[in-house]
Ligand binder design. Structure first.
Ligand SMILES: Nc1ncnc2c1ncn2[C@@H]1O[C@H](COP(=O)(O)OP(=O)(O)OP(=O)(O)O)[C@@H](O)[C@H]1O
Ligand SMILES: [Mg+2]
Length: 344
């Protein structure tokens, strides 16, 4: 027969279906009693949630049922005073912020990487997770083209480092030019691994660059971890706010606080006449979105040729000396920090 310790070790594999933590970590295991060829596992639960109990029982039977433990009995004891630790923070990370948008191409990745650089320059420890499974671009934007193994012996993934940022991207897992078809469960699992198996160390901020839209990755992230909040990127056209509204609504629905909106490409500043501003993409979209949902406008980022090129050259533009872009991001960061403070 397996010893109690051996059984307990096996039970670490049994995870609470919503909290994604094992039953030992959550303190649900009350006792293991072995008597006369029978192993009785007693679990604590905060309420009489039968669906949860049946699910856990099935998992336990699947995990240890075939091992040498004799007959298996599983009992639940309901204790209303028992509280599960449901804080789902990414280990070592103080604030996790997602950067999303309703549609593609509005500048999420550019904003994420420049915001990360701006925070890092302010003295924070910052990580960036590129969760855009369909078009991961953060690696290219910082000129990192490395590979990291998803499955390692110790089940740990180490982020790559550039410009003082810790970076992990789906592109580090894939071979270039090979399309990947992510199936639902695989996707959730990969996102989970990105959150919990990456060795971030101590971070003040983890910024997550989301794929465009309101799909599975966004929902998985919101469900799997406690997010400080979301930043929504939009462009100034009024029609763009329709897409951005969908993103805001989705975050609100899954109870993710909206830290604010960043209006990107607000006006074009020509390199040969930096005092001029051309509203080539219209105006007012950011403001309109913010007043509709009563959320803050964190700032407006101008459209410049340099900023566009910086993405191509693999260096966050914030790191350059350009005053217009630096000023814009500095203002955004100040506002963002205030919002984070409010929600923490
Ligand atoms: N403020 C800006 N000024 C000039 N070019 C910009 C600006 N913001 C983004 N761009 C450029 O616009 C393009 C799209 O930006 P980016 O890739 O950041 O958008 P995205 O929302 O992440 O797109 P996707 O939905 O494809 O992930 C890039 O070529 C980028 O360099
Ligand atoms: Mg992107």
């Amino acid at each position: 027969m397996l010893t109690k310790e051996e059984i307990q070790k096996e039970l670490i594999k049994v995870k609470h279906p919503e909290l994604k933590k094992d039953i030992i970590f959550l303190g649900m295991l009350k006792s293991i009693v072995q008597d006369d060829g029978t192993t009785t596992i007693q679990l604590r639960a905060p309420n009489n949630d039968r669906k949860l109990q049946i699910g856990l029982e099935a998992q336990i039977r699947q995990t240890i049922g075939k091992l040498d433990i004799g007959k298996l009995k599983i009992k639940f004891e309901v204790d209303p005073n028992f509280q599960l630790d449901d804080s789902n923070r990414v280990p070592g990370v103080k604030h996790t912020i997602v950067v999303g948008s309703g549609k593609g191409g509005v500048g999420k990745s550019t904003v994420t990487i420049n915001l990360a650089s701006a925070l890092q320059k302010k003295g924070f420890k910052v990580g960036v997770m590129d969760a855009d499974i369909y078009g991961p671009s953060i690696g290219k934007m910082v000129g990192v083209n490395g590979r990291v193994p998803l499955q390692t012996e110790e089940d740990r993934i180490y982020p790559l480092e550039k410009y003082g940022l810790k970076i992990i991207s789906f592109s580090f897992l894939l071979e270039e030019n090979r399309p990947v078809v992510w199936r639902g469960p695989m996707l959730g699992k990969a996102v989970e691994q990105f959150l919990y198996d990456v060795v971030w160390g101590d971070l003040d901020y983890l910024l997550i660059d989301l794929p465009p839209g309101t799909g599975d990755v966004q929902l998985s992230l919101a469900q799997l971890t406690e997010l400080t909040g979301a930043v929504v990127v939009t462009t100034p056209q009024k029609v763009a706010t329709l897409d951005a509204s969908r993103a805001v609504s989705m975050f609100l629905e899954v109870k993710v606080p909206i830290l604010g909106v960043i209006e990107n490409m607000s006006y074009f500043v020509p390199p040969d006449a930096p005092e001029k501003r051309y509203k080539i993409f219209g105006e007012g979209g950011g403001k309109e979105l913010c007043s509709k949902f009563k959320i803050p406008l964190l700032g407006q980022i101008p459209h410049t040729i340099d900023l566009m090129e910086s993405g191509e050259f693999g260096k966050p533009y914030f790191l350059n000396e350009d005053t217009i872009i630096r000023q814009a991001y500095t203002a955004v960061v100040e506002n963002l920090l205030q919002e984070v403070e409010k929600w923490s």
